[in-house]
Structure formats: C-alpha cells, structure tokens
Write a protein that binds this ligand. Structure first.
Ligand SMILES: Cc1cc2nc3c(=O)[nH]c(=O)nc-3n(C[C@H](O)[C@H](O)[C@H](O)COP(=O)(O)OP(=O)(O)OC[C@H]3O[C@@H](n4cnc5c(N)ncnc54)[C@H](O)[C@@H]3O)c2cc1C
Ligand SMILES: NC(=O)c1ccc[n+]([C@@H]2O[C@H](COP(=O)([O-])OP(=O)(O)OC[C@H]3O[C@@H](n4cnc5c(N)ncnc54)[C@H](OP(=O)(O)O)[C@@H]3O)[C@@H](O)[C@H]2O)c1
Length: 471
C-alpha cells in the first residue's frame, strides 16, 4: 500500500478529506495537485470570473472566511499541506500504453511534467462547470450578462435593474447581496414541481426566525415547493424578509430577450433591465481524463436508460467507474440535497477501505446492474421536474457508505439487537444520534474498520448543545 502512488486533483474540502483518509489507512504516497495558490476550493475567494468561489463575508453565518479558516485548520491539524502542490494545474490524465497506470500531466512554473500514478481521485469540484441556458434573442441584449460564477461583488451592478435567474442557493445569495447596490432586483424563477411527496417550504428560514414563514406571499410562487428528494432547500437568512420588504421582487421565469434592454417573462410581462445574472447551476465535468469518461463508458447498458435528456455518469454509488474501480474515483458527481463537507469525509473513508482491500466492491457486472437500476430511478425522478444528474438516493447510499467505511452506524442505530443494546447502554447519546443533529463525529463513534475517535461522544453531545441556540 505504501508503494502505491495516488494523485488527487483539487485541494478543496473533498480532496483534503481524501488525502487525510488515505494516509490514515496507510497510503503514504499520495500527491495532491491544486491549480490555485491556496487550499480550500470554493471557500477560498478568487477574483477570476471562471473560478467558482464564495464571497468572503457571505453568507452571513458562518461566513465563507470562517469556513475557510476551519478547512485550513483541518489541513494543519492533520499536516496535509506537505503533500499538496499548489499552483499546479492538472492538464490531462491518460492511460499508459501498458494499461497499468495513469499518466497525469501537470503544469508547474512554466514546465509541463508527465508522471505515472497507480490511482487517481478527481476532486476538482461539484461546481466547476457553470451552466448558462440558451434563451431566444440572447445575442440582442446590450446589458451586462453573467453567470453567478463570475459574480464577485455587487459593486459593478450599482444603480442597475438586475434580473437574477433561478431560485437555488446561488440565486438567493446573489439577489440578497445586490440589495442597497442595485436599483431594482427581480428574482425570476419557474414554478415548483407538482410532486405529491412530502414538501417543505421551498425557502427555509432559520428556526429562530419563524416569523418570516408567515410572510410568504402566494404571489411569489414559492409554493408548491419541489420535493426534497431532488431539490436542495434554499437556506437564506434574509430572502423571505427581503421579498416581504419589497427589496427583491419575485417574477415568473424568463422566456426570451426582446431587444437590447427588454426581457419577456413566461406570463408575457416585459421588463426593462440593465443586467441579467444566471444562477442556473453547474454540471459535472469529466473532461480531464482524455482516455476514459464515465459519461461515454462502453459498459453494457439498457438501451433507453441514457437516451432521454442529459447523459448520466456510469459510476457505482456515484463514485467508482466499474471498469476502473481499483484505480479511479470521481468525487465531483454525487449530488446531495444537504451539506457536502462531512459527507465527502465519509465517502473518503469508503475509498480508503475499498482500495486498502478491507471492503470488497461487487463484481463489475453487478456494479453495472446497480448503475442501470439507479439510472432508471433518476430518470423517473426527472420525469416531471428538473433533477441534479448525480442525485443520490439517500437511504441506500448512506447505508452503503456506512457499511463500506465500517462506521458501525447501520448496526448500532436502529431497532436490531445491537441497536437496543446501545440504547440501553447510553440512552442519551443514542437518542441524540437517532434524532438530534447529524454530525460527522458520528462516523467515528463506534468500533469498526475506519479509525475510531475517542473524542466522538463528547463532540456529539457538544454539537447538540450548541444547536439548542437555534431552536
Ligand atoms: C457559492 C457556494 C456556496 C456553497 N455553500 C455551501 C454550504 O453552505 N454548505 C455546503 O456543504 N456546501 C456548499 N457549497 C458546495 C461546495 O461545492 C462544497 O462545500 C465543497 O466546496 C465541495 O468541495 P470539493 O473539494 O468537492 O470542490 P471545490 O471546493 O470546488 O474544490 C475543487 C478544487 O479543485 C481545484 N481544481 C479544479 N480543477 C483543477 C485542475 N485541473 N488541477 C488542479 N486543481 C484543480 C480547484 O481550484 C479547487 O480548489 C457551496 C458552493 C458554492 C459555489
Ligand atoms: N449559501 C449556500 O449554502 C450556497 C450558496 C450558493 C451555492 N450553494 C451550493 O452550490 C450548488 C449549486 O447551487 P446553485 O444555486 O448555483 O445551482 P442549483 O441548485 O442547481 O440551482 C439552479 C437554479 O437554476 C434554475 N434553472 C436551471 N436551469 C434553468 C433554465 N434553463 N431556466 C430557468 N431556470 C433554470 C433551477 O430551476 P429549477 O429548480 O426549476 O430546475 C434552479 O432554481 C448547490 O449545491 C448549492 O447548495 C450553496
């Protein structure tokens, strides 16, 4: 294991979690390549319009600077930076001629270098490739038109009438950021889904700010809310109150651009605007590997599974390509409807256990069969609504991650014999782990394959105490 060479591409939260977990399991020859001059991924601000990054002081709590400080302290605590090569973009990855290793082409200080690695982990970001939809007449528009990837500050929009397109977290952040700078802010979004599964408010408010829920006006069309099965909730401290105060105006979806300054909405309304900011999301990028793509993998598949709408990557558990499961992992595809960072850590534990050989994946054929089944589920979910292509099925996915990482959560939390034993032994902790705040410390609580952390119990109790402040 110590001899195996592993390249990790990207020093964001996922890459750092991979480096830490691989090292913990005895992989001592891991090199991480980061194209920027800092670790932290999207949490490290970049002025480059083509680099996705958060604005340092935003969102208000915790702000991006605090999250970045946390990520840096994690890297320092586990002494990760000694294996990180900053300012070193990976240009491409290819299979070597002998079909035994991956060639990784890196650029450093004007040199180009090609190095062989046994394994490669792609951690170059879930929000790397921005998506701007095509709209009729776009080319006629004379105003400012950007994707929110390029939104670095509200200042360039001073006194402008701005149309923000979309109603994901980026749209909520961007529109609220523009308050006090832009002259008029329109939040343009298409309606929610008609799914009959349980709904929550589309725009969630913090529990301590419950009063804003009462202010939701039907004319904003935040309801019917789409299902949480395929949409992230929009968590915003001040979107609802800003809509209520009239500092942001909710309008229907964008239909077309009429001329240099006019857009038409789906209800036929014409708006005069100076700028349009597309907060229309991102798509996974597989272009770095020039010899293999999970999107066009030659693996067998049922003919109609990838035939409609967008192609879906053939990745077992949205991580491992079956034909190269022992040497490639993609950490830039799984899409959750909740927070990413602790889950990257859990997925990283799985990768370390699988490559160490202490957890065996199913046969290639069985993995392909599961992928077909999963794609059929995604396709069904996407029937009447938009959906992240890499969406995971939370129940089975977390069960797999916990089993493969060996966290002991499947066995100890539940109604089996072991579950009851744990409940009898430590009722308070058991109840908090079942119904309290979900924390990453839970993944290190029980004996199991991955390393246990003796501070886990205290950390779980502490996190639940802190959470009371928000009740
Ligand atoms: C504005 C915004 C706010 C967000 N807020 C939250 C939140 O509140 N909670 C949450 O859980 N998630 C949030 N997210 C999701 C976010 O994607 C994750 O928190 C997390 O950053 C994902 O980590 P990552 O390491 O997978 O990717 P990233 O953070 O994107 O890191 C990828 C890294 O790879 C590097 N890289 C890319 N290409 C190359 C290359 N060719 N060679 C070398 N290096 C390369 C990049 O420079 C970057 O450092 C937010 C995302 C955005 C855009
Ligand atoms: N503060 C935060 O926590 C924060 C801030 C920013 C980003 N993020 C994270 O970053 C990731 C990306 O978020 P995001 O908001 O950029 O993207 P997103 O969640 O994918 O949302 C994209 C939005 O654009 C709309 N859209 C997509 N295509 C469209 C089209 N052709 N026409 C009209 N509308 C269209 C979608 O509408 P439909 O829903 O109708 O498809 C959706 O409202 C998420 O994981 C998110 O949680 C988090």
């Amino acid at each position: 294991m110590e001899k195996q060479t592993i390249a990790v591409i990207g020093a964001g939260p996922s890459g750092l979690a991979i480096l830490k977990n691989l090292r913990e399991e005895g992989f001592l020859n891991v090199t991480m390549f980061e194209k920027r001059d800092s670790i932290g991924g999207v949490w490290a601000y970049s002025a480059d319009a083509l680099v996705t990054s958060t604005i340092p002081y935003f969102p208000p709590h915790p702000d991006a600077t605090q999250v970045l400080d946390y990520i840096k302290s994690y890297a320092k605590h586990f002494d990760l930076e000694r294996d990180v090569k900053l300012n070193t973009p990976v240009k491409w990855v290819k299979r070597n001629a002998e079909n035994t290793a991956w060639k990784v082409c890196i650029e450093s200080e004007k040199n180009e270098e090609i190095r062989d690695f046994d394994k490669v982990v792609f951690c170059h970001g879930l929000t790397y490739k921005a998506v701007t939809p095509e709209f009729e007449g776009m080319e006629k528009f004379k105003g400012k038109m950007i994707h929110c990837q390029a939104f670095k500050s509200p200042a360039p929009f001073k006194d402008m009438r701005v149309l923000v397109v979309g109603i994901g977290n980026s749209a909520a952040d961007t529109s609220t950021e523009l308050i006090d700078t832009a002259k008029k802010i329109y939040l343009s979004h298409r309606g929610g889904g008609q799914d009959s599964s349980p709904k929550i408010e589309r725009v969630a408010t913090r529990p301590r700010d419950q009063r804003t829920k009462e202010q939701v006006d039907p004319s904003w069309r935040l309801k019917p809310a789409p299902s949480l099965a395929n949409h992230q909730p929009v968590i915003s401290d001040n979107l609802v109150s800003s809509l209520a105060a009239g500092s942001i105006t909710s309008v229907p979806g964008l239909r077309r651009f009429v001329d240099g300054e006019t857009v038409e909405l789906t209800d036929g309304t014409a708006l005069t605007v100076d700028a349009v900011i597309f907060c229309t999301g991102y798509e996974p990028d597989f272009s770095l590997n020039q010899d293999f793509s999970p999107l066009t993998s030659a693996a067998p598949k049922s003919p109609d599974l990838n035939s409609n709408d967008v192609p879906r990557a053939r990745l077992y558990q949205n991580l491992f390509p079956p034909e190269f499961a022992d040497s490639l992992v993609y950490m830039n595809y799984f899409a959750l409807t909740d927070g990413v960072i602790p889950i990257s850590d859990l997925a990283a534990m799985v990768i370390a256990q699988v490559w160490k050989g202490s957890f065996k994946l199913p046969s290639e054929q069985a993995m392909n069969a599961e992928i077909d089944e999963h794609h059929a589920w995604v396709k069904d979910l996407a029937k009447d609504d938009s959906v992240y292509t890499g969406i995971i099925r939370p129940g089975p996915w977390f069960a797999f991650l916990n089993e493969a990482a060996g966290t002991g959560l499947n066995e100890n939390l539940g109604y089996g014999l072991q579950g009851w034993k744990f409940w009898l032994k430590d009722m308070k902790l058991c109840n908090l782990m079942m119904r309290g705040v979900r924390t990453p410390f839970m993944h290190r609580m029980f004996d199991g394959r991955r390393k246990k952390w003796n501070g886990a119990r205290e950390a779980i109790l502490h996190a639940n105490e802190l959470a009371k402040e928000y009740k």
